[in-house]
Design a protein around this ligand. Structure first.
Ligand code: NAD
Length: 201
C-alpha cells in the first residue's frame, strides 16, 4: 500500500484531491492542514480513514514525521491570495516560501519518492497572450505570484533525473497527457530524490 500525504488537504482543491487519491484504491492518505482556511467538514464522508494532522508547514519538526516514508507528497498548503500577499505580506511569505521549503526539505529527508507542488498561473502576470503555455516567460506581478514561482525555481535547482514539468493551469494540463493522467494537475513535478544532493551540500 502506498502512502500519500496531502498538505492543505482540508482545503478546496486538497479535499477533492484526497477523494481522488482514495478512489485510486492503491494507498492510504494523510492530510497536513492547520485549518487556516480549510475545514474538517471538507473531508466529511470521505471513503476511508484519513488522519488529519493539524500542524503548520512553518514548523519543520511538526511536518517531518508525517512526510517520512511517503511515496508521493502533494503540496497544496498555502495562503493562496494575491490581496493577502499584499495586505499581510509576512504570513503570506512565511507560509508560501518558508513553508514550501520545509515541505521540500522534509520530503527529501524522509525519502519521499515524488513531490507534486501546486504552482499558479499567476506566474504569467497580466500578459494578454492566449493561450498561455509553459514556455512563456514568467512575469509575476504580485508577492503571491512570486512566492508560487519560487517553488518552481527550487525545482530547477534539483539535479539528475526525474520528471520535472511546470503546469500552472487546468488549460495547460489538458494539453498534457502525463498531467491529465494525474489526479491533480495544477502542479510542478519535483524530482524529490535529487534534493538529497542539494541538501547534502
Ligand atoms: N484555486 C485555484 O484556482 C488555484 C489555482 C492555482 C493554484 N492553486 C494552488 O492550489 C493550492 C490550493 O488552493 P485552494 O484554492 O484549494 O486554497 P485553500 O485555501 O482552500 O487551501 C489551502 C489549504 O492550506 C491550508 N494552510 C494554509 N496555511 C497553512 C499552514 N501554514 N500550514 C498548514 N496548512 C495551511 C489551509 O487551511 C487550506 O486548507 C494552493 O497552493 C494554491 O496556491 C489554486
Amino acid at each position: 500500500m502506498k502512502k500519500y500525504v496531502v498538505t492543505g488537504g482540508a482545503g478546496f482543491i486538497g479535499s477533492a484531491l484526497v477523494r481522488g487519491l482514495l478512489a485510486l484504491g492503491d494507498g492510504r492518505v494523510e492530510v497536513i492542514d492547520n485549518l487556516l482556511t480549510g475545514k474538517r467538514g471538507n473531508l466529511d464522508g470521505v471513503d476511508g480513514p484519513v488522519p488529519l494532522h493539524q500542524v503548520d508547514i512553518r514548523s519543520y519538526d511538526d511536518i517531518a514525521p508525517v512526510l517520512e516514508g511517503a511515496d508521493t507528497v502533494y503540496h497544496l498548503a498555502a495562503i493562496p491570495s494575491v490581496p493577502k500577499s499584499i495586505d499581510q505580506p509576512v504570513p503570506s511569505h512565511e507560509v508560501n516560501i518558508d513553508g514550501t521549503f520545509n515541505v521540500m526539505r522534509a520530503a527529501a529527508a524522509g525519502g519521499v519518492r515524488k513531490l507534486v507542488y501546486a504552482a499558479s498561473s499567476s506566474a504569467y502576470g497580466d500578459t494578454p497572450v492566449l493561450p498561455k503555455v509553459e514556455a512563456m516567460s514568467p512575469n509575476p506581478r504580485s508577492p503571491y505570484a512570486a512566492q508560487k514561482l519560487m517553488g518552481e525555481y527550487y525545482r530547477r535547482l534539483a539535479k539528475g533525473e526525474g520528471r520535472a514539468q511546470a503546469l500552472r493551469s487546468a488549460q495547460q494540463a489538458m494539453q498534457s497527457s502525463a498531467a491529465t493522467a494525474h489526479p491533480y494537475y495544477w502542479a510542478a513535478f519535483v524530482p524529490i530524490g535529487d534534493w538529497r544532493a542539494v541538501l547534502a551540500k
